[in-house]
Design a protein around this ligand. Sequence first.
Ligand code: SAM
Length: 285
Amino acid sequence: MNELTNIGTVKDLLNRYGFTFSKSLGQNFIINPSICPRIAEMGGAAKGTGIIEIGTGFGVLTRELAARADKVEAVEIDSRLMPVLAETLSGFDNVEVINADVMKTDLRQIIDTRFAGLTVNICANLPYYITSPIIMYLLESRLPVNYITVMVQKEAGERLCAPMGSRECGAVTAAVRYYSEPQRLFSVSRGSFMPAPNVDSCVIRLAVRDKPAVSVKDEKFFFRVVRGAFSQRRKNLANSLSSALGMDKGTIAEVIRGSGLSENVRPEQLTLEELAAVADALSDV
Ligand code: SAM
């Protein structure tokens, strides 16, 4: 069993290293022994794979990943954890810990230089203060990875995996679907962490697409339209886009009708294909 899920072991590490959890870095470490093996297995940590982990904490998930994959590259921002990890990961010669902010780390270069010949997957128990930015950074970097399997706050997971056309759908839902096929894997209660956060969590897996779900004329403009469409949730599409893009409402309504939609359609009713059609038509105006 992974001894880092043993509260006595964790308390001993806290005492010996004088470590205190940082709320601002989202430090809630997993102490439920059943979670990390499931993330590692469902996240594709196996022979022939290289895994990027984001945020090691004391290394509880890192150890499960290292026990299954050929290689693990783990990015952790908190330098206070480096001496702890030197101890907790000392039994593994296939793990490298990179003390850096993942948002400023060139993951493509890590993949190219350290994971040659391996299938690459990303696994993490993400810090909740920065969940969506990290996921978008990973997807927009177009990394050559198969799966991104991450623990996120329950509500964030519901939004990220919401079907298009549902009420939970937002700009991030559309962006995630553009790059990947999301799937909610399982729930995790708040009591599975130390310290316990005041929200529940879930693990989701994004199967990264070889090419985007829809093809658009101008990707940058498509994402401006997506963000604009969902920027004012109570407004209809024409009103939201008119204020977000600074374009005449009548012109936008005409484009929406020309795309075969009602001009009163609400953004959360649209499919990805419809959003792409509206964006393409608007880019010609
Ligand atoms: N993997 C461990 C576990 O499951 O117990 C820790 C998970 S904890 C929710 C999130 C971890 O991400 C913390 O160790 C935190 O220091 C780290 N972290 C926070 N922001 C980060 C960033 N921008 N880049 C890399 N690591 C970060």
